[in-house]
Design a protein around this ligand. Structure first.
Ligand SMILES: C[S@@+](CC[C@H](N)C(=O)[O-])C[C@H]1O[C@@H](n2cnc3c(N)ncnc32)[C@H](O)[C@@H]1O
Length: 198
């Protein structure tokens, strides 16, 4: 996305970070988390790259060693919350796209982008995600599904710009399998028999 749109998204998440965990603490969202990790957790193994890691949802639901985890997120506010809950876990305060330019050689066994985070990535970087995966690795990327955007934190203009930017044809052609999970279009290479039916 453009630099100014990215700056706006960062400012929105820096503000939202103050009550992000409280907002998602209700039973309804916890059920959604449990349903998600029922599918994803068996595949979260080895070195884990958590793109748009936010306040550390992945670490709340999975037992991951400190030396096996890297979280990347451009919002310093979100990362502060993660660090307070999970001291000693490594994070990079950067967009995926910027981090990807700098750290070209590292590979990961698991690549996650949970609850909408990949919907913010520039479409030119979709295929780059796969370049970071080890040969037997798995990815689980939750784009916002077509027509959905979290309206409680954005203006209608933000939402229109964001919807115009997400390239669903490219998502479907770049990634192995896609399926709808609640408000998200998940792109993954977890074998189909372990995924909810399309
Ligand atoms: C809806 S939150 C999801 C956070 C976390 N994955 C979770 O499930 O709770 C989306 C996150 O994506 C981050 N984000 C926005 N643009 C990004 C980019 N270009 N690269 C990486 N992360 C980005 C935001 O700062 C925010 O923390």
């Amino acid at each position: 996305m453009s630099g100014s749109e990215q700056d706006r998204v960062q400012a929105i998440y820096d503000e939202f970070a103050k009550n992000y965990d409280d907002h998602y603490a209700s039973a309804e969202f916890q059920e959604e988390d449990l349903a998600l990790f029922k599918i994803a957790s068996p595949w979260i193994r080895g070195k884990v790259l958590d793109l748009g890691c936010g306040t550390g949802l992945t670490l709340s639901y999975n037992d991951i060693n400190k030396d096996a985890y890297l979280g990347v997120d451009p919002s310093a506010g979100m990362l502060e919350k993660l660090a307070a809950k999970f001291p000693g876990f490594t994070t990079v305060n950067s967009t995926f796209e910027q981090w990807n330019e700098i750290d070209k050689d590292s590979k990961f066994d698991t690549i996650l982008g949970l609850f909408g985070a990949p919907a913010y990535f520039a479409k030119e970087s979709y295929a780059e995600i796969l370049q970071r995966l080890t040969p037997k690795g798995h990815y689980f990327l939750m784009f916002y599904k077509p027509g959905y955007f979290p309206a409680h934190i954005y203006t209608p203009e933000d939402i229109e710009a964001a919807k115009a930017r997400i390239d669903y044809d490219l998502i479907n052609s770049t990634f192995e399998t896609t399926f709808i999970f609640t408000n998200y279009l998940v792109a993954s290479n977890i074998p189909k028999e372990f995924l909810p039916a399309r």
